[in-house]
Design a protein around this ligand. Structure first.
Ligand code: ING
Length: 307
């Protein structure tokens, strides 16, 4: 019996500052129901799926707390959890997490993994926070994740879920090879990634085409080099004048894109993912035990920057 799982990538269109939490959750439920009609067992939602991408604006460090969730599930998201359990569909959901831990208030860019019975079986807090922590006037828009979030403290974990080995990452994490390899070394077979990525970049001057190339390149490479499925799901569209890229994809362990979004709106992409497709690659070309030579890789963990 192959371990085949039908996965839905639930790309979202823009969320404006003026959208209510109920309007947003209703959109997530609509995507979940679409996925149910197509027989999906797992739905992947984007990063920060419950709010606009607020790190584009400057405020006091606690000035964006209105966009954070004080628990998961909470009153706003319980309808989503209940509908998912009713449909027997698991999901991953990205959100801004406000939590009291170690006697202090802490803020993380978080994703939870929810199994088909409605139980939260995994939590990941974003480790690679891009951008800057202070206001930078030369930018056309700010990117203040380092201001509003702490570096995640969960590490890159892999859970036994959905009949396989499942891991998570968030947005900028997908650009760093270490993200995939740390999970690859835990035998990951499916990595779920949500992202909110601006189309324009006032500093780099990169074209929209080049930025989409980088978006897919990083996830295709990560999938192939670690023999794992990768599902990358965008929050896209124009949020209060700021455009985020679409391009959500489902990538096979071969590195091939098997499903891709065509719009920058709410759009479900679906693929049947055979988790056993990973096994050949893990036991041949990317058989880590047989071929890796960590004695020559020390710099990767001993150095942060270039020396
Ligand atoms: N967004 C972007 C991302 O890594 C970015 C930030 C864009 C970095 C383009 C570099 C180049 O996709 C988030 N939220 O990490």
């Amino acid at each position: 019996m192959t371990r085949r799982i039908r996965i839905g990538g639930a790309q979202m269109g823009a969320i404006s500052r003026s959208d209510s939490k109920k309007e947003i959750v209703d959109r997530l439920i609509a995507l979940l129901r679409q996925a149910g009609e197509k027989g999906c067992e797992l739905v992947v939602f984007p990063e920060l799926a419950l709010s606009t991408f607020f790190p584009r604006w400057y405020a006091e460090r606690d000035g964006m707390d209105g966009y954070f969730e004080d628990g998961m599930p909470n009153a706003a998201t319980l309808p989503l959890f209940e509908e998912a359990r009713r449909l027997g569909i698991g999901f991953s959901l990205g959100y801004a997490e406000l939590v009291r831990e170690d006697g202090r208030v802490r803020r993380f860019n978080t994703t939870v993994l929810v199994e088909r019975n409605g139980e939260i079986v995994g939590k990941y807090r974003k480790i690679h926070l891009p951008g800057h922590a202070e206001y930078e006037p030369e930018r056309s828009h700010q990117h203040l994740e380092k201001r509003y979030f702490e570096v995640g403290n969960t590490g890159f974990q892999v859970w036994d879920a959905f009949g396989g080995r499942v891991g998570m990452a968030i947005c900028n994490d997908r650009r760093w090879v270490e993200t995939y390899r740390v999970m690859g070394l835990q035998d990951v077979e499916l990595i779920l990634i949500g992202y909110n990525t601006p189309v324009a970049d006032s500093l780099s001057g990169e074209s929209e085409t080049l930025r989409m190339f980088h978006n897919h390149l990083t996830m295709q490479a990560g999938a192939y080099q670690n023999s794992t499925w990768v599902v990358g799901v965008a929050k896209a569209g124009v949020e209060d004048g700021h455009r985020l890229m679409g391009g959500s994809v489902i990538v096979a362990p071969t590195g091939e894109i098997v499903a891709q979004a065509m719009t920058e709106g709410d759009e479900l992409i679906v693929a049947d993912c055979d988790l056993d497709r990973c096994r050949y690659y893990k036991s041949h070309i990317f058989n880590f035990a047989a071929h890796r030579r960590p004695e020559f890789y020390q710099r990767i963990t001993s150095q942060t920057g270039v020396e």
